[in-house]
Design a protein around this ligand. Structure first.
Ligand code: G3H
Ligand code: 13P
Ligand code: ZN
Ligand code: NA
Length: 281
């Protein structure tokens, strides 16, 4: 059942839990995500993101996701992840019901200006907008964490002047997973401060690789949408590798094992985020 993203996030905010947004990569990963949502009765954001777009384009990725989602019993939203201006405009035309416009690379004033225009247009379509402030590094990039953090005063202005619906923040998270990182720089206090300054639901990207404690603390501090990709992709890949380790097996057998493992990994995330069991509400 296609559902209103604003309502899903608002229910999460009121209930003190978070909803997961996961990237689709092909038919089998779409199925894995939706089957997990059905199994544990969780709402789900199906994301069309940075990996799939160069591979099949926004339109085909949307149609694939929609076709599979429509046949499921899951309570779902189809969301554009890290969209450019052109991708957001296309997504609105195609029928996405939630979009992220990512202007985090722009100078601050320009990010405000462009995001404000995106919001005007998206809201005319009845579609809520997620936008990003502060840069989110990739795992392996050597960065000055503090310089990447979302600034609290900028966040207040950004939200007030753009009218966005949810804000993606940088607080020491990375896209991808840093193996064996002993001391992660995730700054929970900064999440609390941004929440107090903006008053809107916050989104934590790069949720793969976080410990359960970090997830619980981030949730309590004001995060109501987690974006996770890498951990689930790794689960899928482990399934493929396990089958191919047995020799020259059919692609379908490998895909099925990847899908099965991704279902289990997604269910684990839904339980951690607290959205399992919330689809019926
Ligand atoms: O890249 C997008 C543009 O900055 C959007 O603003 O309406 O001035 O083209 P515009
Ligand atoms: P991870 O790959 O670290 O889970 O990040 C996913 C993400 O933020 C997609 O927008
Ligand atoms: Zn992201
Ligand atoms: Na991550």
């Amino acid at each position: 059942l296609q559902s209103d993203p604003r309502q899903i996030i608002e229910e999460a905010r009121r209930g003190g839990y978070a909803v997961g947004a996961y990237n689709m990569h092909n038919e089998e990963t779409c199925e894995a995500l939706l089957w997990a949502a059905e199994r544990v009765d969780s709402p789900i954001f199906m994301q069309v993101g940075r990996a799939i777009i160069p591979h099949m384009g926004v339109e085909r990725a949307y149609e694939l996701t929609r076709r599979i989602a429509e046949r499921s019993n899951a309570k779902y939203v189809i969301h554009l992840d890290h969209g450019s201006w052109d991708e957001v405009m296309l997504a609105l035309k195609l029928g996405f019901t939630s979009v992220m416009y990512d202007g985090a690379h722009l100078p601050f004033e320009e990010n405000i200006e462009t995001t404000r225009k995106v919001v005007e247009i998206a809201h005319a379509f009845g579609v809520p907008v997620e936008a990003e402030l502060g840069k989110i590094p990739d795992a392996g990039e050597n960065v000055d964490w503090e310089a990447y953090y979302t600034d609290v005063e900028e966040a207040r202005r950004f939200v007030a002047e753009t009218g966005i619906d949810y804000l993606a923040i940088s607080v020491g998270i990375v896209h991808g997973v840093i193996p064996d990182m002993p001391e992660k720089p995730i700054n929970i206090q900064r999440i609390r401060e941004i929440k107090a300054a903006t008053g809107i639901p916050l989104v934590l990207h790069g949720a793969s690789g976080l410990t359960d404690r970090e997830i619980q603390e981030a949730k309590a501090a004001g995060v109501h949408k987690f974006n996770a990709d890498t951990d689930l992709r790794h689960a899928f890949r482990a399934g493929l590798e396990a089958v191919f380790a047995q020799g020259d097996r059919q692609l379908e057998d490998a895909m099925a094992e990847g899908r099965a493992r991704m279902v289990e990994a997604t269910i684990q995330k839904m339980q951690q985020y607290g959205c399992a069991g919330k689809a019926a509400e």
